[in-house]
Every structure is written in C-alpha cells, then in structure tokens.
Ligand binder design. Structure first.
Ligand code: NAD
Length: 469
C-alpha cells in the first residue's frame, strides 16, 4: 500500500497540485508518488522560513533543545526511515538505517557545539569581539546518494546558527526528506524547516528566489556552476560540495593483501556512489598484478541484490541515467583495451544492477579514469615513479580527497601532503566525522561542511566594537 508523502511548509502537511513517480531502482518500477511543488508553494515555503527567522534566531537554548529532540526522533525511527531510503535509493537496509542514525549523530554534534565570540581586543580604549550571526533563510539542495545524511549536514549547522531553511532533495530520492519534514513537525517550530519536492527546475527557482541569503548545495560540478552563477546577481552566499575523482596511491612497500579490503570498501561503498569514494587506484609496477587480483577477488565475492533482502552488501545503481553512464564508461574502457579483472557488465534482469567491476591495463586519458564514474567500477593504473603518480593524481580539475597506502605511515603522510585535495588520508579513505571539515579544492567545491568551519559557513562574521575611551 503506497504511503502518502506530503511536503512540510510552515509546519503544515501540504500536498501539491501534481505528483511525480519515484522509482525503486531494484525493480525499475515506480513505487511511490512525490509532490511536485508549484511556484506559489515555493513562495509559501520561503515566506514561512522568513517569518520563522526572528523568533528562532533569538533563542539559542531553544534551538539546542530542539536539535537534540530531532536527533532522538531520528534514532527512534531509524529503521522506518531507513526502509524509505532503501526503497528510493537502493542501498541495503542496514546501511540505510545507519544513514538515519548518522543524521541523528550530526544533529547531536551541532546541538552541543559551542559558538563563543572571540575577543580580539580588550584594553583601555576598546573591547572588540568577533561574533557569528545567522544569515536568514538558507536554501538547501541535495543529491540522491545519501539523501538524508547530506541534508542533515546542512540542517544541523544552519539551524543551530539561527537560520531557517527550505530544503529540496533530489527528484530521484525525495521521500526520505519528506518523511524527515513530517517527523520533525512536532519538534521544530513552524517554518524553521520547510521541505519541498519537485524536479530540477524547483532547484533553479530556489537559487533565483529573492528570499534566501545562502545556498547550500551538494551535487555535480556542472549543476554547482549553474548554482554559483544563479546566486551571483543577488550576491547570495554559496557553499558547494561537488564531485570528486579521488585517487588512491599505493606505495611500493604496501602489502596488497593487507590493504585490499579497505581499498575495496572505500571504492565500492554505497555502490561507488560517494563523492569521495576511491575512483582510481595507482599501483607501482612491482605490486600491480597483486593489487588488481586482490581487488578483483573481493569484487567477485560480494553479494549484490535488492537492498531489502538479508545479506545483500551492494544494491543497484540509483537511477537509469547513472546506470547507463556507468555501463557506457565501462564499455568504452573495455573497447579501448582495458581488461575486466572482475565484472564488466550490467546484471541481467529488472533493476539497475551492475557487476562490481575492476578494470586493469588502463591508463589516464581513458574516460573512466579522467571522469567521475560514480558507480561500482574501479580502474587500477600502473605507475613508474612516485612523482609521476602524484602528477597524474593531481592532474585533474577535481580536488575532493585522496589517499596514500604504505607500511610506513610517515612516508605516506609526506606523499599525502602533496595531494591537491580537501582531505588527504593515510592508510584509510572515507573516514568522515561531524567534527572534521569536508570540502574540495578546485572544481570539487567552494567552502566546507562539518565541524565549526561548516557552521561558520552558515553565518556572517560581525565585529562588535565597544569604545571605552
Ligand atoms: P545533480 O547536480 O544532478 O543534482 C543535485 C541537486 O541539484 C538535485 O537536487 C537536483 O534536483 C538539483 N538541481 C539540478 N539542476 C539544478 C539547477 N539548475 N539549480 C539548482 N538545483 C538544481 O547531482 P546528483 O546527480 O544528484 O548527485 C551526484 C553528484 O553529487 C556527483 O557528482 C557527486 O560527486 C556529487 N556529490 C558531492 C558530495 C560532496 O559532499 N562533495 C556529496 C555527494 C554527492
């Protein structure tokens, strides 16, 4: 029996004049309907957020209390909301439930984070403080890979800072955000968090709307550039969390058997649909065959299937265009001479399933190495000298994150320091946490999320200067 999902505007449940179908990627069939917001409804959501702002910004203890209560709701309803994520996104239920729990962890972290003023002068002539002030209404736009958690990366700091919000999830995964709006209706004052759904056009209306002072966007580089240019005429502040093409460099003293599980895990987490997943591995000539074989053995052993089924480790690709893109990139690589050491093809049957794929005998210049594949296919590339590997890892417009793998952590850290990216990991990858800032160099983003730095992105800096003499 389909559930009735509605938007949240001014604390009320709101249906739209029209709906659009949400596809279960495990079947390829429409499973639910989501509201397709009208322009007037977006105006109403923006007005509700604007009207809620003065009272919300004025009461910091109430904000902290409400965010803690919101965290508790997510913890208590994690499996119920997790099922919605699995239905619309495809990931296994255990991972989907963990995503909801992580959303609660982020809310709790920010509910408890202090934001003290900095006193930069206090003498006979003046007391000068640097204070953080909220901006007003935040327009938040999210992608389909972690539909709930990436929303929480915005909601938690933006609301704690005293802003109010209009959130728009991806049209591929609108349901979990609609559910979040619904379950928080009794927890947050009306208008503090509004959730609207619709197509890409709704995102464009939001970025051009006169009310928001800030746009917080997570998605592709291409859309991020559109968002930045839409924000420019009104000088809206923007934070952009965009794509990545993370390189993992294996040093010649690493043990392929010991690192393969972690490498594979960080490349295939969420079926490779992670902005900062490992998207290319550089292995030295001496270890090349062993690295390829250790990764291929794992790829052959994992269980792919419907995320609702017990024991499934990897679900389908989230949507048809992405499934076709991954299929095309892998076919292009194989046609160009790459060898599929594991996988290499779509899985027959309904749904957007693709074999976990390891591509060997491949080099820079092939599309799947140079572009962001965002799916379950990983190229492994040979290198001669370390300088050459670093030049190739850095020879891209992306700069989200990267990692270096070695038996000697100090040596690896020195190499990691030469990576041009926002996070450089040593003997791990994808280790993310609420207190750790996350963002990209170059085209991978503008600004950061998480930690106090992420909170600062939802504030304006004010100097409070009191003359004494
Ligand atoms: P996308 O750019 O297609 O869509 C992201 C969001 O933008 C969706 O909600 C979409 O409806 C909306 N949108 C589309 N056109 C718009 C416009 N003109 N104006 C405003 N909003 C618009 O991205 P996607 O395919 O949903 O997500 C995959 C991409 O997201 C990958 O490139 C991935 O690397 C990136 N990503 C980055 C991070 C990060 O934190 N850096 C995290 C997850 C995903």
């Amino acid at each position: 029996m389909p559930e009735h999902f509605t938007m949240t505007i001014g604390g009320e449940s709101v249906a739209a004049p029209a709906t659009f179908g949400v596809v279960d990627p495990a079947t390829g069939e429409v499973a639910e309907q989501a509201p397709d917001a009208s322009r007037d409804q977006l105006d109403a959501a923006m007005a509700a957020a604007r009207d809620a702002f003065p009272a919300w910004r004025a009461d910091e203890p109430a904000r902290r209390k409400a965010l803690l209560a919101a965290a508790d709701v997510l913890f208590a309803r994690s499996e119920e909301i997790g099922r919605i994520i699995t239905l619309e996104q495809g990931k296994p239920l255990a991972d989907a439930t963990m995503e909801v729990v992580a959303g609660g962890v982020w809310l709790k972290y920010y509910a408890e984070l202090e934001l003290p003023p900095e006193v930069i002068q206090d003498d006979a002539s003046a007391r000068v403080e640097v204070v953080r002030r909220p901006m007003g209404v935040v327009a938040a736009i999210t992608p389909w890979n972690y539909p709930l958690l990436l929303g929480m990366w915005k909601i938690a700091p933006a609301l704690l800072a005293g802003n109010t919000m209009v959130l728009k999830p991806s049209p591929y995964t609108p349901l979990s955000s609609l559910k979040v709006g619904e379950v928080l209706r009794d927890v947050l004052p009306p208008g503090v968090l509004n959730v609207v759904t619709g197509g890409d056009e709704l995102g464009a209306w939001m970025t051009a709307h006169p009310v928001p002072r800030k746009i917080s966007f997570t998605g592709s580089v291409e859309t991020g550039k559109r968002v930045a240019s839409a924000a420019a005429p009104d000088l809206k502040r923007v934070t952009l969390e965009l794509g990545g093409n993370d390189a993992a460099i294996v040093l010649d003293d690493a043990d392929p058997a010991a690192i393969a599980e972690k490498l594979f895990g960080a490349a295939f987490m969420n079926n490779g649909q992670v902005c900062s997943a490992i998207k290319r591995v550089y292995a030295p000539e001496s270890l090349y065959g062993d690295v390829v074989e250790a990764l291929a053995a794992r790829a052959r052993s994992v269980k792919v299937g419907n995320g609702m089924e017990e024991g499934v480790q990897y679900g389908p690709i989230n949507n048809r265009p992405q499934y076709e893109r991954v299929s095309e990139l892998v076919a292009d690589a194989i046609a160009g001479g790459a060898r599929a050491a594991a996988g290499g093809r779509p899985i027959d049957g309904p749904g957007y399933f693709f074999e976990p794929t390891i591509l060997a005998d491949i080099a820079d210049g092939v599309r799947i190495v140079d572009e962001e594949q965002f799916g379950p296919a990983l190229p492994v590339i040979r290198y001669g000298s370390l300088d050459e590997a670093l030049a190739r890892a850095n020879g891209t417009s992306f700069g989200l994150s990267g990692s270096v793998w070695s038996a000697d952590a100090d040596r690896a850290a020195e190499v990691a320091g030469r990576l041009e990216c926002g996070t450089a990991w040593v003997n791990t990858h994808l280790a993310l946490a609420p207190h750790q800032p996350f963002g990209g160099f170059k085209w991978s983003g503008v600004g950061v999320e998480n930690g106090p730095w992420g909170l600062h992105g939802f504030t304006e800096l004010q100097v409070l200067h009191r003359a004494k003499a």
